[in-house]
Design a protein around this ligand. Structure first.
Ligand code: S3P
Length: 446
């Protein structure tokens, strides 16, 4: 995403939120739909695709690698794939904008094809570690040259004669797991990824759906995921469920603002993603999961949320992977809960779109909230009233921006963010959607 001028905004104390919040399609599943569609033979039809900047950058990248990608209507896309091993060498640099998932999965998908590609992104993405991807890809035979610390821009030389890999992921990361599995597609033999903690399993579910032979075994070593190389993937029809990570914002806003009742329909409830909802229930949230069902292989429910007085909790570290993107909004909510909310085992938050422990701690402090932080923990001390009145730096991070817009809805004085631009990456409709529910936002001068 080319980032334009800063777009400061304020969020002030809101009237009760009422209505229905249709959040956009799941970002993780949207990226994977395009990438797996591009690696398949024949046509993949997608509905409900997230049309945020991150995913649009992945669509552009898939075209650069030779797939035909077209938009038929709102969220409705079609991909004509090139088949496993069929990627062509891009003519120009691949710009993945703000998208860590996009660039990391695409690097995996091309690493075992005999082509060369150079990747870059915005200032946030260029600051994020890529060694976690290029290290396992080197085991397949791929070579890379990046900036110091393996940062973007980075050139990846795909392995001409790749060998299968058995890899223990050194950190809980679905992006690392997925990059290795996608690389394993174009390799003869079994590629094995072993993870200690379950991370989101969309890649495994979708690879199976596209026709790959893939299995997961829970052993003493961890979760052992085995993919048989060189399958023929065939185009699929995919209905992308709505994103639980985006749903988190209207859900938490409804909990925060007195008198609110909001319905958030069709939200993915994949157990590798739903840690926030478990935590909210433990805090005393009034959330009813209506119409629980399976859609497109993923569990889905409609969430009815009513304002609730909440208690701080200690979030167990083993839950971190299943709510990793939701800590910023949980930290905002925790500011209004009774007592401390303790979040440990969250050092991965330091290498997201921003250092999310630091960004939340500084923004909360600026608004009169007491916090404690360390390398891998954040503690937010809740209080009856959040004073507000502070300026929050968002560091090109959509989730930081949306979290502070939600905090402002319940604070005594308006909460200001320095830039709402990054919200485009995952939730382009966030501001009008929340305003329709009753939120009171205002654009400020840069
Ligand atoms: C994602 C995995 C997570 C998450 C990101 C999306 C994915 O990152 O934070 O927003 O779609 O695989 P990590 O794998 O780095 O934890």
């Amino acid at each position: 995403m080319a980032h334009g001028p800063l777009r400061p905004m304020t969020s002030r104390k809101s009237a009760p939120l009422k209505g229905v919040a249709h959040v956009p399609g799941d970002k993780s599943i949207s990226h994977r739909s395009l990438i797996l569609g591009a690696l398949s033979v024949g046509e993949t039809r997608i509905t409900g695709l997230l049309e945020g900047a991150d995913v649009l950058d992945t669509a552009k990248a898939m075209r650069a690698f030779g797939a035909t990608v077209g938009r038929l209507g709102d969220g409705e896309w079609v991909v004509q794939g090139v088949g496993v091993g069929g990627f062509a060498e891009p003519e120009d640099v691949i710009d993945c904008g703000n998208a860590g998932t996009g660039v990391r999965l695409i690097m995996g998908a091309m690493a075992t094809t005999d082509i060369v590609a150079t990747f870059t992104g915005d200032a946030s993405l260029r600051s994020r570690p890529m060694g976690r991807i290029t290290d396992p890809l080197a085991l397949f035979g791929a070579e890379s040259v990046g900036r110091s610390g393996g940062r973007l821009p980075l050139t990846l030389v795909g392995a001409a004669d790749p060998v299968p890999v058995r890899y223990h992921t050194p950190m809980p990361s679905a992006q690392v797991k997925s990059a290795v599995l996608l690389a394993g597609l174009n390799v003869r033999g079994d590629t094995v990824v072993i993870e200690q903690e379950a991370t989101r399993d969309h890649t495994e579910r979708m690879l199976a759906g596209f026709g790959a032979e893939i299995s997961t075994e829970v052993t003493e070593e961890g979760r052992v995921i085995t993919l048989k190389g060189q399958p023929e993937l065939t185009g699929q029809v995919i209905a992308v469920p709505r994103d639980p990570s985006s749903a988190a914002f209207p859900v938490v806003a409804a909990l925060l603002v007195e008198g609110s009742e909001v319905l958030v329909p069709n939200i993915g409830q994949n157990p590798t993603r739903n840690g926030l909802f478990t935590t909210l229930i433990e805090m005393g949230a009034d959330i009813v999961f209506e119409n629980e069902r399976i859609e497109g292989g993923e569990p889905v429910a409609d969430l009815r949320v009513r304002h609730s007085a909440l208690k701080g909790v200690e979030v167990p570290p083993e839950r971190a992977a299943s709510m990793i993107d939701e800590y910023p909004i949980l930290a905002a909510l925790a500011a209004t809960a009774e007592g401390p909310t303790i979040m440990r085992g969250v050092k991965e938050l330091r290498v997201k779109e921003s250092d999310r422990i630091d960004a939340m701690a500084r923004g909360l402090e600026a608004n009169g909230v007491t916090v404690e932080e360390g390398e891998d923990f954040l503690i937010v001390h809740g209080a009856d009233k959040v004073p507000g009145g502070g300026l929050c730096k968002t560091h090109l991070d959509h989730r930081i921006a949306m979290s502070f817009m939600c905090l402002g809805m319940a604070a005594e004085k308006p909460v200001k963010i320095d830039d709402a631009g990054a919200i485009e990456t995952s939730f382009p409709d966030f501001l009008p959607l929340m305003e329709r529910l009753g939120a009171s936002f205002r654009k400020e001068n840069a």
